[in-house]
Design a protein. Structure first.
Length: 254
């Protein structure tokens, strides 16, 4: 059963597997601890790998905006979108994934895969996110780092034209944009780890399929093991937050 699920979610962890397989496991009288023991005995545990590539250039002439969400209580979907860019290619074939994620539900609202770090990729991801909005009349804040892509005139005009307020991290601290950083990591570590693709269009298809699975099938710890889509369809569940490095370390996955 685990191997069947991992055909679609190759590096999904034990807690989320237990959530997905709960009914089947209950029929077999297999609880969570027993499942973990079975996984360990069969070498099915996942060990996280971390990679780091610099994708942020904050040394530029464009205006940098204040952090509007530092003390904000996020309590519903489409209240705050968070954006980030991550590296998914190889040294010979560099590729970059721009994501726009709903901070409350962790649903990926927009994305783009490109072979450069120009504004176009981030712009395309945000354009998709705006098109995919369900609560069109709600006030929305866009939060990101101070990267050139997000501070550029084109990107700021897109936000202003859609009545979206702009918020940015005020110092280089990944925990100021923790949701975006974590969602990036999930896609890279659970769906794209170990995959080497030279063709840009093929990578775009793989990312699109991965994001669909991520949004609709993968349970989230921070969503109380609801999927991002399930979380996005309501606003009654209180959002789990990650205010500090210590808090983040307590959660093995979002």
């Amino acid at each position: 059963m685990i191997k069947a699920i991992r055909l679609r979610m190759p590096r999904i962890g034990g807690k989320k597997l237990y959530k997905i397989l709960y009914i089947n496991l209950n029929e077999l009288d297999v609880g969570r601890d027993k499942l973990f023991a079975i996984m360990k005995a069969n070498h099915l545990q996942i060990r996280p790998k971390r990679q780091y590539h610099v994708t942020t250039n904050s040394h530029h002439r464009f205006k940098k905006h204040k952090n509007l969400i530092e003390n904000l209580l996020i309590h519903k979907p489409e209240q705050v979108f968070v954006s980030d860019i991550t590296y998914i290619g190889t040294r010979a074939y560099p590729m970059y994934l721009a994501l726009v994620t709903d901070a409350y539900s962790k649903k990926i609202m927009g994305f783009n895969v490109s072979n450069n770090l120009t504004t176009a990729g981030a712009f395309a991801a945000m354009t998709m996110a705006i098109k995919n909005r369900f609560y069109h009349h709600a006030d929305l804040i866009h939060h990101s780092d101070k990267g050139l892509q997000y501070c550029s005139n084109e990107y700021q005009e897109l936000l202003i034209g859609n009545n979206i307020s702009c918020s940015m991290t005020e110092k280089y601290d990944p925990y100021q944009n923790a949701v975006a950083e974590r969602v990036n990591g999930i896609l890279k570590q659970e769906f794209l780890e170990g995959i080497s693709i030279k063709d840009l269009q093929l990578m775009r298809l793989l990312v699109a399929e991965s994001i669909d699975i991520y949004n609709t099938e993968r349970p989230h710890y921070s969503n109380y093991y609801e999927t991002p889509q399930q979380m996005h369809n309501q606003s009654k569940i209180k959002m789990r937050t990650y205010k500090s490095k210590i808090a983040s370390q307590k959660c093995d996955a979002i």
